[in-house]
Design a protein around this ligand. Sequence first.
Ligand code: SF4
Length: 223
Amino acid sequence: MKSSSTARRSPAEQRALRDLEAIRKLIAPLSPPVASFEASIRSTPFRILVSVLLSARTQDPVTEAAAARLFAAADTPGKMSRLAEARIARLIYPVGFYRTKARHILGVCAALESRRGFPATRGQLLELPGIGRKSANLVLALAFRRPAIAVDTHVFRISRRLGWAKGDAPVEVEKELELLFPRRRWSEVNQILVGFGQTICRPVHPKCRECALNRTCPSAKIL
Ligand code: SF4
């Protein structure tokens, strides 16, 4: 017998939930880089925030190593704000845009030191230098377990391939996913789809033959 919450969901919503669960099981034994990265930063909101800032346009293993070097040198906003911008840039190299990110990190540290309490809403996070909507949502999900869907390049691509979303912009896809999934699952969507994108549903040459969804995915290529 279906639960009342399941009975209320549309066929598309039920299919999306089944797809998400199938993806989660498929990638679990593959140890995608995102799992190691997120495990490594699950400590303080500050560490999560800085690591998310470092992760833009950068592969997870590179981000993980850069964050480890930076936090070994300074592990609080006060200590980090006393590092020279050039030193931060050297510590985080070779993450993408390392010079800009070094400047943003100092701006974030200055903002954190000047305010009471850690920024814990999307609006407060968006006021920080270098933090856009995707990064803010990721911090909300990882640091505070708030319902938020961070739509990065993997989430955007895979949602459209699977027919979950049609939007041409990340914020449109985010809204479509929010309608498709119950709030309690929002914070998982990013990690599951990023891991899937790193291992199976890759940007080019997706491994459709190895994919558990290849019978129903409208973008499957298994000729
Ligand atoms: S069948 Fe191919 S395109 Fe569709 S979700 Fe799986 S890997 Fe991606």
